[in-house]
Design a protein around this ligand. Structure first.
Ligand code: 4NP
Length: 154
């Protein structure tokens, strides 16, 4: 059975598509499934934001085939680890949980880098390109730590 990891943000067009692409590039996809979605319905069916596509391309990560989807309660049944980008995503997802087991799956992604600090990956949507570079750098480091943890499970 593959271990399934879900990346979650608000729109599923800026942060979580990048997080999905970065983590996928670091894991053996015969052992792990990585997907992403958003808590909102704003961009369902859309490609990632061009600025996320561009920053991915800069680091050899192709996210152009991703399409935005919305988080539903069913994701708790499918995924083993759910990484959210910020505290608002966290609250929105936790509200949809049916059990303590569901809730335990949800983790703030930057806690993998800065344990227990509960920091947000800042939403780069309304900012400039530097925001996307910053998001890439923090997600890349957080994903390295996630990979170290997940590979120990095999
Ligand atoms: P994301 O960024 O949650 O990283 O995908 C956003 C994208 C769109 C909006 C907000 C955040 N929006 O309000 O449309």
């Amino acid at each position: 059975m593959k271990i399934k990891i879900l990346m979650v943000c608000l729109g599923n067009i800026c942060r979580s598509p990048l997080a999905e692409g970065i983590l996928k590039s670091k894991l053996d996809t015969s052992k792990f499934t990585v997907d992403s979605c958003g808590t909102s319905s704003y961009h369902i069916g859309s490609k990632p934001d061009q600025r996320s596509i561009d920053i991915g391309k800069k680091y050899n990560i192709d996210i152009t085939n991703q399409r935005a989807a919305q988080f539903t309660n069913d994701h708790f049944k499918v995924f083993d680890y759910i990484y959210v980008m910020d505290n608002s995503n966290y609250q929105n997802i936790i509200k949809l949980a049916n059990s303590g087991q569901d809730k335990d799956k949800v983790k703030l992604i930057l806690n993998e880098l800065y344990p227990n600090k509960n920091l947000n990956v800042p939403d780069p949507y309304y900012g400039g390109e530097q925001g996307f570079e910053d998001v890439y750098q923090m997600l890349n480091k957080a994903c390295d730590n996630i990979v170290n943890k997940l590979e120990k499970l095999y």
